[in-house]
Design a protein around this ligand. Structure first.
Ligand SMILES: NC(=O)c1ccc[n+]([C@@H]2O[C@H](COP(=O)([O-])OP(=O)(O)OC[C@H]3O[C@@H](n4cnc5c(N)ncnc54)[C@H](O)[C@@H]3O)[C@@H](O)[C@H]2O)c1
Length: 386
């Protein structure tokens, strides 16, 4: 049977039920909510039926183009926008570079005395945030801190340093309370970059219970305590940001309203530094307790995200691959052969530098990552890809 014969055998009713949706799809313009169609969409096929192509078939699409027939001025084919619709999306009207700007907020940085923490602290100052650095060390690195202080002074930003043991709940609680309370109302605390951590190289057969506990205490319990203290302070001060589940799910406009408050100008972002080691066993590197402690950080961030994302806090983990820092320098001193083993595993053929985590950290802390929570950002030079 030829195609024409086949079509002849089909009733008009059946044919229209097939063609009408096709014609609708062919218009390339489906009705969009206002917040999804900020830019006027021009749609050639909705400018009215083409005299030759649509002539007789226009009848078939009558139901679809009804609105265009009622008012010829509606040339886009998109239904008229209601005057009271959902508000624009959280980032509407902001330029892309502006999404990465952190002015008007204070970010707490743990492990801020040196290494990754201090590098990110500098990056935050470059992006106009005030920084409150904390660390177990009584003083920050003499080599690196002056550069951060210079940026802060040049920009008129606040940079503070406090000694803090992140495994001591009372200390963490009181320090965070003080940092939140002393932040100016023009730059409230709205971010936490948690970099404090320790590593221990040891065959799994040799660990004492205390050695395992120490690693878990600093890397896992410490991550828990700083996140908890941050969330308590932030949620207490920002009750207006809480979005009830019903509000998110029900009612026109309420979803966008809630998201505006969470992702827009007022929410907070927590970034917990985990590690690629939380995903895999590092080839040739015996550090089971460390890897376990970082895997726990991945999971706790997801759980926190589930509990706090509707209260104005996004929380994600950053998982670096090998970085040349004091931590890895100590390992390499112990086992110089690691350098070669690590390089072999890197698809980029090199280890990373602290600098290479400025971008990922700022992305996660800023509104550029407004739709990201409960996720892990793996930045490992391809180590875990093979
Ligand atoms: N260097 C790497 O290759 C690498 C790779 C993946 C993940 N990481 C993670 O990145 C983070 C930063 O590592 P780094 O290489 O900059 O290490 P680092 O040793 O240079 O810095 C860690 C900081 O944490 C602080 N600290 C340790 N225990 C603390 C405690 N109880 N309370 C408060 N501060 C404490 C230290 O004093 C130090 O300043 C760590 O969480 C580490 O596990 C590092």
């Amino acid at each position: 049977m030829t195609l024409t014969a086949a079509v002849r055998g089909i009733s008009t009713r059946t044919l229209s039920s097939f063609l009408v949706p096709l014609a609708h799809r062919g218009s390339r313009c489906s009705p969009l909510p206002r917040y999804l169609s900020q830019t006027p969409i021009t749609c050639a096929s909705a400018k009215g039926p083409h005299p030759e192509r649509h002539g007789k078939k226009a009848k078939l699409t009558e139901g679809v183009a009804e609105h265009a027939k009622e008012d010829p001025s509606k040339v886009t084919g998109v239904p008229q926008e209601p005057s009271t619709g959902p508000p624009p999306p959280p980032l509407a009207g902001r330029s892309t570079p502006d999404l990465f700007n952190l002015s008007g907020r204070t970010v707490i940085v743990t492990g801020g005395a040196r290494g990754l923490g201090l590098t990110v602290a500098q990056a935050l100052l470059e992006c106009d945030a005030n920084v409150a650095a904390v660390d177990l060390l009584p003083e920050p690195s003499e080599q690196e801190w002056p550069a951060a202080r210079e940026i802060a002074e040049a920009k008129g930003l606040k940079l503070t340093y406090d000694q803090l043991d992140i495994t001591n709940q009372e200390q963490v609680k009181s320090t965070f309370h003080r940092l939140f309370s002393s932040a100016s109302s023009s730059a409230p605390v709205r971010g936490l970059f948690h970099a404090a951590g320790i590593q221990l190289l040891m065959p799994a057969l040799n660990y004492t219970a205390d050695q395992v506990r120490k690693i878990i205490d600093v890397n896992t319990t410490g991550s828990f305590l700083v996140s908890q203290a941050f969330a308590r302070e932030f949620i207490e001060r920002n009750k207006h940001l809480a979005v009830g589940a019903a509000e998110v799910l029900d009612g026109p406009g309420s979803h966008a309203d809630g998201m505006n408050r969470l992702a827009g100008d007022q929410g907070a972002s927590i970034v917990l530094t985990a590690s690629m080691s939380g995903h895999v066993a590092n080839y040739g590197l015996e550090c089971a307790a460390y890897n376990a402690s970082k895997a726990a950080v991945h999971t706790m961030a997801k759980c926190f995200a589930m509990e706090w994302s509707k209260k104005g806090i996004r929380i994600n983990t950053l998982s670096p691959g090998y970085i040349r820092t004091a931590m890895t320098a100590a390992l390499l001193e112990q086992r110089p052969d690691f350098n070669e083993t690590w390089l072999k595993g890197s698809l980029l053929g090199r280890l990373s530098t602290q600098d290479e985590f400025r971008g990922p950290a700022i992305y996660l802390l800023s509104d550029a990552s407004s739709f990201m929570t409960g996720a892990d950002l793996l930045v490992d030079g391809g180590h875990t890809a093979t």
